[in-house]
Ligand binder design. Structure first.
Ligand code: SF4
Length: 229
């Protein structure tokens, strides 16, 4: 399946969608965005990653702020960093550089590796874009985490690729529907930059019996109105 360019969605949304479809919808459908300390520091890190131009380090050429697009994912965006590694195998030719070079995506993240695949999905989507743009196969990419400072090599295997396509497809379907899903309270809400906009606890369903029991044991209906969590 391929998408028309006018239907492309932002690649960075894939991590938001995997983190929480409601957060993605609030940002990309309702155009709401709120800064918190995590988003602010994350932007600083990305700006640093984009700051310098291309540079050569031995057999690696580091390029920054690389435009990306994939017609099979229907996504577009910008890679923080793409490293071109000199290779004896299949690769691309670069202007004024001898030999062949394999592009590998490097994504910068403020925090530490997450228990979910959010960051890996974003990286994999970037790799798929590069594969289409340069007509190469990319088996690995890197995520640079700020806490602790380390670079994680990520294998872009079939399972991760399938998940990336599935999430991208779900994003397109959700965008076509154009509705923001209801909140589901998870541990992620505590670090969510949109928690004040989302107010997820308003969506929590409390059994009527629990509410009534609470109200009765407190002695009056007024006292029984539970405080907001
Ligand atoms: S507060 Fe929770 S439910 Fe709401 S958008 Fe954020 S992660 Fe999703």
């Amino acid at each position: 399946m391929t998408y028309n360019e006018e239907d492309y969605l932002q690649l960075s949304g894939i991590q938001h969608f995997a983190f929480c479809p409601r957060q993605w919808a609030l940002i990309y459908i309702e155009q709401q965005w709120k800064e918190n300390i995590y988003t602010y520091m994350g932007q600083e890190l990305h700006e640093k990653a984009h700051a310098a131009g291309a540079e050569k380090r031995g057999d690696v050429i580091v390029t920054r702020a690389v435009p990306l697009a994939s017609k099979t994912l229907g996504l577009y965006g910008v890679a923080d960093v793409v490293e071109f590694h000199r290779t004896d195998g299949p690769g691309v030719k670069l202007d004024r550089r001898a030999g062949r070079w394999l592009p590998l995506p490097v994504e910068y993240k403020l925090g530490s590796p997450k228990p979910t695949n959010c960051d890996k999905l974003q990286l994999c989507a970037q790799a798929i874009c590069l594969e289409e743009q340069f007509n190469v196969t990319i088996n690995i990419g890197y995520i640079y985490y700020g806490r602790p400072r380390r670079r994680l090599e990520v294998e872009l295997d079939r399972s991760l690729r399938n998940e990336t396509y599935a999430v991208a497809e779900a994003m397109h379907a959700a965008f076509a529907v154009g509705k923001t899903p209801k909140a589901e309270v998870t541990k992620s809400c505590a670090k969510c930059s949109l928690v004040d906009v989302c107010v997820p606890h308003l969506f929590e369903r409390r059994p009527v019996q629990r509410y009534l029991r609470s109200a009765l044991t407190k002695g009056s209906w007024g006292d029984g109105i539970e405080e907001a969590p």
